[in-house]
Each structure stands twice: as structure tokens, then as C-alpha cells.
Write a protein that binds this ligand. Structure first.
Ligand code: WT7
Length: 680
């Protein structure tokens, strides 16, 4: 499958292969390609056998009543559905906390080393501590009236209370809907309404580096915006005092002013003070919902991706174990935020399901110094480090000095997630962080897939920089052309999957029809990822990026439509079209064309205002880098904007292709001549 060529060249190419260090094979769960192939074959031919063996590691109060795996992927044959272990009863929180204490004797093991934004602000949370806090929180929620199936919106920074809340929801069968604390009031409001959340849990505020964020104020604005709307169901807002406590420590207690609504606001610490420390888990059906997590959709309205209890447990547990070759003494650190799927699956559920010790980090890579990541790796002797290409590219800019200040010898495995990793970043990561002895697992997956779907197994796979290599167990990829014909051998096409694995999303909350049309309508019989992909001569897969109107900014998806609709809400804007443009650190960034209403000019002040408007509507992640005034947009006679032309203009490339169908081809040259040279 992979050529036995010797590594040695310094530039990365498709033929440049890196082999796993032999010492990693000693206790590897999958020590070589042969073992992988045997296990893979079983996983796709006999999924029932494969997954039921893994299921033995967990507690099921009762066994499946029907087929172990039941699904339909073909829209022409009826409704799309996926069910694993139907009828079985369990509780994920019980499995990943209680059982580690009672069955595996890990009560005193550290579950999390929490490292705050400030280097001397840290905590150790053992499995026993975790259970206690989670149970208390679960009792608080129950007392407030939260019931099985209720949705709870969680808008918190990376603090332990975020873990406690999500796991407490899981314990009582409530459905958590975590909204990344970098999202705007408007985004939070949309998400609260879409799933009719009954409660909101937030914090007074937090520091991100030196910047103070008054989170409560944003949460208040969000509640204000949704209060009169039809779906509004929030009964109370629980507020964690986090920033207040930090400021007090710093003798800075006058700085934070938060408003308080005594009808609905409740302090977390008041509620927790008298809560009981024991809480019987709610026994749930494996196909009951575990959480909703919103991801961008190409229509602009975010999609509430729904994951269920049983399949998600099995798959996050299995991927964590195999992809990071998990060993009991490992110290694992994933730098993502729990507000994204990476944090759900690989800070909370996957590591806990394996009884692992993780680092949870509140801060940012460049505060107080640009060596913070390397300092933390040294401090906790991290063995497994999982981060995003955008972070690597940012840190590369500071050279090797900050890295060399630290002893990174504890590292065994490095990981990458969120977007294709460019070979330069891969090589830097490999050489300077891993000292050329740690495999990099380039994990391709999505909010929708719940866990890694294409990924190396570190002790078994020769690596090629930039390739996510081969499918994980149970995953069957195919490449299709525009007509839905399967492409074999070396080829490039739409990346699709032909059968489900346990943690594939089950639906879009409240909109099953959208679920079917987004992922299953285009090619009946397949789950469509929306990504392009190439298979090389060795059968390795290379993700080439999105082929829909989505773009990936710093490892997170945004839809051009949602940015366009934010822009056109501004009074000065008549029409907007947004495309992606490559960015040296973020991977991709936003390049916006705006047609202004009569009487408006794109002054610096207006540009600033438009950027601020988009940030306020969506969040800082959607901040446009380029805004160009466009007297007209390149449209076909039927009025469709030809985005590929705009992409060429944004990139200053002239591979325009056929533009004869444009209503007014002369606009193309006008736009070229006025393109933005520098970021706004
Ligand atoms: C999209 C999913 C997966 C968690 C974080 C993002 C891109 C993700 C890779 C990778 C190439 C990648 C894809 C995918 N992507 N990982 N290793 N190589 N592309 O989750 O926001 O749901 O985004 O991120 O385009 O479809 P998400």
C-alpha cells in the first residue's frame, strides 16, 4: 500500500514518507499496517462483531433489543436513519466517570490539570472530584426542574464548570447545546431559540490573554434579543463567578460591572453550596439525544447537529484509544475549545471514556509569552499534543527560540485537526516540536461525524505530510464524480461515505428534512461530506478542501451566506458576495465584495463599521479581512453570482474560464482594477 522508500529528502512531497519510531510499536494497540488491515476488514464487513467487542468495555444496563446496526442511507428508499445497539440502555456520564472510579480504581487519578489564562492559576481535578462536582451540578439542574430531553444552552469559557455542566446534563439526560464563548449575542440568541433551550448557563466573564470579556453582558443581550420571540423558553440563567474571583485575587475588584436580573439570574456558587454530592444517573436509551452542536450551513442558518448517547460513546472512546495510541500514563492535551466538536469529543468524552489524564487550557498560545504552549507541555510532561494547523502556523512565525527554551522530551504523539495541514507547517511541527521522532496524526473529521473518520494510527502508518491517510475502523470512503459515479484508483472527487459508523450525526435538530437534503440528497446511498479529496497511488487520501460555499477560517467552518446576510443587513449595503482567499495563518480568510446603496462610499470609517457589524452578528471569527466596493457583481443572465470569478479576483489570479454567460463581462476588469491590496 505504501512504498518502502527511504525518508531523507528535506522537501515534503507525496513520495516523502515518514515511518513511526520502532519504540512506539512496543505497546501499540495497532502495531503495524497488517493489523490495521485485518481489524479494518472486520470493522466494515462485520460491524456488529467489531463494535460489540468494544462495547464490552462499557456498562449497558440492558442489551440491544433489535439489530445491532440498522440504517438507511438511500433517500430514494425512504427516510434516512442510523441506529446502533437499538434498545440498549446506558448512561454516558456513568460510564466515563463512575466506572473509572468503581471498576478501574482511578478515583484519585487526575482527570484534568486545569491551566488558567494566567500561568499561576491552576487546578487539579481527580476523577473523584469530577464526580462530586458533576453530581452536585446535576442535582442543581434537577432541582430547577430540568428534565430528561430538555435543552440547556451553555455559554462558558474554558473553565472546569463547563465540564461539570455538560457532564451533569449527560447524567440527567438533558441535552446540552454548548455555544462557543467567542460567538456574538445574536448567534447565541439564534441557537437558544432554534432548540428552545430551557436554561442558560454562563459566566460573569473571563480573560483571553490581556483582553477582558464581559460574557454576562453578551448573554444578557442575547436573552434580550430573544425574549419576545415565539420559541423563547429560558426559565433561568445560571452565572458562574469566574472573572470576579480572578479580579479579586488580583486586587482589582472594581473593574467588573455586571448587570443582574433578580427574576431569572442565579449564582452558580449559591446553587452549588447546598447541593447533594450523590446523584443517580438517568438510564437512557442509547439513541436518546446527548447533545446538539451548531455548525455553519450553506444557507446561512446554522444547523443543530444532533448526536446520541450510545454511538457517540463507543466511537469517541475507540478513536481516542487508537488514534492517540492511548496508554494509562499518558498526559494528553488538546488545545481546542470545548465550544467546538473537537473539544466535545477529545477534551471531554473520548479522554474520560479511556480514564485518561488531560490538560484543559483556558488561555491563548501567545500569553503571557509566545512560548506558552511549550511551557505547558514541559510543565505537565505532556505525551500527546493535539492542536490545529492555524496555531502551528502562527507559532512558526516566532521561530525556534521559544521552543528551544523548553524540554519537550515527554512528547510521543502529535495531532492536527480542523483543516488540511500544509507540508511546511507539518515539517516544522514534526522537526521542532516532535524532534523528528513523534508521528503526526492528521485527523480529518467534522462536527457531523462526531469523531475522526480519516486518520493515521500512529504506530502503524507511514505518514505523508498533508495526507489524512486512511479510514478509521468502520468508515468506508468513496470518491465520486459530479454524476455520482465512483472513481477508483488514483482519482479526485467528492468525498462520501457509504455506511455509518457509530457517531455519525442522527439528524439536524428540528429539521430532519434539511439533514436529508444537506447530506444525502446529492448522491443517494452516500453521506456527502462537502469536501473534495484525492486518492494517491498508494491509496492514501488527501483532503483538498470544501467544495460548497463554506470556508474554513482558522479550522472552523463559516458559510459565505451567513456573512453575506450580515453585510446586507447594514443600511449602506445593497448587495454582498463573499469568497475565500488563502491566508498565511488562518488558512482561509474572508474577501467581501459589497455593492453600496446610492449616496454611500466605502470610506475607511464604513469599512471599519462593516467589519464591526459582522463581528457583532456572528463573532470575531467571521471578521472580514478584505472589503472591496463593487459597482456591480459578475452575474449570469439568470442572476446567479459567479463566485469562481470573484475568487479569482480576490486571489489576483486570472484563470477565469468561460465568462461568456455573464450578463455584463466588463465588470470583471473593473473589479480586478479595484481589488484590495492589503487587508482592511
Ligand atoms: C471541516 C469540518 C473536525 C473538527 C474541527 C472542525 C475541515 C477538518 C481536517 C483535516 C483537512 C479538515 C473539512 C471538514 N477539516 N479536519 N485533518 N484535513 N480538512 O469541524 O467545523 O465541523 O469542520 O473541517 O473541510 O469538512 P467543523
Amino acid at each position: 500500500m505504501v512504498p518502502e522508500s527511504e525518508p531523507g529528502k528535506s522537501t515534503a512531497t507525496e513520495d516523502h514518507v515518514f515511518y513511526p519510531p520502532p519504540e512506539l510499536r512496543t505497546d501499540a494497540h495497532v502495531p503495524d499496517l497488517e493489523t490495521y488491515k485485518t481489524m479494518y476488514k472486520k470493522s466494515v464487513e462485520k460491524p456488529e462483531e467489531f463494535w460489540s467487542e468494544l462495547a464490552k468495555e462499557f456498562y449497558w444496563k440492558s442489551s440491544p433489543t433489535g439489530k445491532f446496526l440498522d440504517y438507511n442511507f438511500d433517500v430514494t428508499k425512504g427516510k434516512i436513519y442510523v441506529k446502533f445497539m437499538e434498545g440498549a440502555i446506558t448512561n454516558i456520564c456513568y460510564n466515563i466517570i463512575d466506572r473509572n472510579i468503581t471498576e478501574k480504581n482511578l478515583g484519585d487519578k487526575i482527570a484534568y490539570f486545569w491551566e488558567g489564562n494566567d500561568p499561576n492559576d491552576c487546578l487539579r481535578i481527580s476523577y473523584k472530584d469530577l464526580l462530586k462536582h458533576v453530581c452536585k451540578c446535576a442535582n442543581v439542574l434537577k432541582k430547577l426542574g430540568v428534565k430528561k430531553g430538555d435543552r440547556v444552552a451553555v455559554y462558558l469559557p474554558m473553565i472546569p464548570e463547563l465540564l461539570y455542566t455538560m457532564l451533569a446534563c449527560a447524567r440527567i439526560g438533558a441535552v446540552h447545546s454548548i455555544v462557543f464563548a467567542g460567538f456574538s449575542a445574536e448567534s447565541l440568541c439564534d441557537r437558544i431559540l432554534d432548540s428552545q433551550c430551557a436554561y442558560l448557563i454562563t459566566a460573569d466573564g473571563f480573560f483571553r490573554g490581556e483582553k477582558m470579556v464581559n460574557l454576562k453582558q453578551i448573554a444578557d443581550e442575547a436573552l434580550e434579543k430573544c425574549r419576545d420571540k415565539e420559541n423563547f423558553a429560558v426559565k433561568a440563567c445560571i452565572v458562574v463567578k469566574h472573572l470576579g474571583t480572578r479580579l479579586k485575587k488580583m486586587n482589582n475588584c472594581n473593574q467588573l460591572q455586571i448587570s443582574w436580573n433578580s427574576d431569572t439570574d442565579l449564582w452558580w456558587h449559591d446553587l452549588m453550596a447546598n447541593a447533594a454530592e450523590v446523584c443517580e444517573p438517568e438510564w437512557l436509551s442509547v439513541e436518546d439525544p446527548l447533545f446538539i452542536l451548531y455548525t455553519s450551513g450553506s444557507t446561512g442558518k446554522p444547523k443543530g447537529v444532533l448526536h446520541t448517547v450510545g454511538g457517540y460513546l463507543l466511537y469517541t472512546a475507540a478513536t481516542f484509544k487508537y488514534v492517540f495510541n492511548y496508554q494509562p500514563d499518558d498526559i494528553y492535551w488538546c488545545t481546542a475549545d470545548i465550544g467546538w466538536i473537537t473539544g466535545h469529543s477529545y477534551i471531554t468524552y473520548g479522554p474520560l471514556a479511556n480514564g485518561a489524564t488531560s490538560v484543559m487550557f483556558e488561555g491563548i498560545p501567545v500569553y503571557p509569552q509566545v512560548d506558552r504552549f511549550w511551557e505547558i507541555i514541559e510543565k505537565y510532561k505532556v505525551t500527546t499534543f493535539y492542536t490545529a494547523p492555524t496555531a502551528i502556523r502562527m507559532l512558526m512565525k516566532y521561530g525556534e527560540e521559544p521552543v528551544k527554551k523548553h524540554n519537550l522530551k515527554s512528547l510521543k504523539i502529535l495531532g492536527s485537526v480542523g483543516e488540511p495541514i500544509n507540508p511546511e507547517a507539518w515539517m516544522w511541527y514534526y522537526r521542532f516540536i516532535g524532534n523528528s521522532r513523534c508521528p503526526i496524526v492528521d485527523t480529518f473529521w467534522q462536527t457531523e461525524t462526531g469523531g475522526h473518520v480519516m486518520t493515521p494510527l500512529p504506530a502503524a502508518f507511514p505518514l505523508k505530510p498533508g495526507s489524512a491517510t486512511l479510514p478509521f475502523f468502520g468508515v468506508v470512503p468513496a470518491l465520486l464524480n459530479e454524476h455520482g459515479e465512483e472513481l477508483l484508483g488514483e482519482a479526485e472527487g467528492y468525498l462520501v461515505f457509504s455506511q455509518p459508523w457509530p457517531s455519525l450525526m442522527r439528524t439536524i435538530y428540528g429539521n430532519h428534512e434539511r439533514f436529508e437534503s444537506t447530506y444525502f440528497r446529492k448522491f443517494p446511498g452516500f453521506y456527502v461530506t462537502g469536501d473534495g479529496c484525492r486518492r494517491d497511488k498508494d491509496g492514501y487520501y488527501w483532503i483538498t478542501g470544501r467544495i460548497d460555499d463554506m470556508l474554513n477560517v482558522s479550522g472552523h467552518l463559516l458559510s459565505t451566506a451567513e456573512v453575506e446576510s450580515a453585510l446586507t443587513e447594514h443600511l449602506a449595503v445593497a448587495e454582498a458576495a463573499v469568497v475565500s482567499r488563502p491566508h498565511p495563518v488562518k488558512g482561509e480568510c474572508l474577501y467581501c465584495f459589497v455593492t453600496l446603496r446610492d449616496g454611500h462610499d466605502l470610506t475607511d470609517a464604513l469599512t471599519t463599521e462593516l467589519r464591526a457589524h459582522v463581528r457583532e452578528k456572528i463573532g470575531p471569527i467571521a471578521s472580514p479581512d478584505f472589503i472591496q466596493s463593487a459597482p456591480g457583481l459578475p452575474k449570469t443572465r439568470s442572476g446567479k453570482i459567479m463566485r469562481r470569478v470573484l475568487r479569482q479576483i480576490a486571489r489576483n489570479e486570472r484563470d477565469l474560464g468561460d465568462i461568456s454567460t455573464l450578463a455584463d463581462p466588463s465588470i470583471v476588469e473593473v473589479l480586478f482594477s479595484q481589488r484590495c491590496q492589503a487587508a482592511a
